[in-house]
Design a protein around this ligand. Structure first.
Ligand code: SME
Length: 153
């Protein structure tokens, strides 16, 4: 069992607890990553993965309400992060052109692209019902989680 902690980008014990969950089996690790983040990160309503296949993002393992199943790269926050290959922090999703509403409670969002061997393989998407929920250091925390996850790829 891991302890519930407020995540900080330098919280070594939290990252150690996360690493201990990983198995090297990709879908297993994506599933437990979404469950881990939902458990330890306060005030989020959806967290999960969209995975690249045939030039589109398809819904992968997640926690939260059922979500849209595929996203083209020119749409939404996920498409923007995938296209730019940069982490996107959105303070107010209603103000983001083309935002795709899956859970209408979502008000702010972070999307981290996942790159393996220089190729985009998917994104980590984290939503909150609180406007302006995510700081730069939160975004760095999710980037570090993705970096650790990608050591298994
Ligand atoms: N908000 C995303 C769509 C996915 S849901 O939030 C789960 C977007 O606009 O890319």
């Amino acid at each position: 069992m891991y302890i519930k902690l407020l995540p900080k980008s330098q919280d070594a014990s939290l990252f150690q607890q996360y690493e201990a969950l990983l198995t090297g089996k990709w879908i297993t690790d994506l599933s437990n990553t979404s469950a881990f983040l939902m458990d330890v990160f306060p005030d989020i309503n959806w967290v999960g993965f969209y995975l690249m296949e045939e030039g589109k993002l398809f819904l992968g393992p997640f926690q939260g309400k059922p979500a849209c199943t595929e996203i083209t790269l020119n749409r939404g926050v996920c498409g923007h992060a995938a296209t730019t290959q940069k982490t996107v922090v959105v303070e107010d999703v209603h103000a983001f052109p083309g935002h795709i509403t899956c859970d209408p409670r979502s008000r702010s969002e972070v999307v981290v692209p996942m790159l393996s061997k220089g190729q985009l393989i998917g994104v980590l998407d984290v939503d909150s019902a609180t406007p302006n929920r995510f700081t730069e250091s939160d975004a760095q925390f999710f980037e570090k989680i993705v970096t650790i996850l990608l050591t298994q790829k």
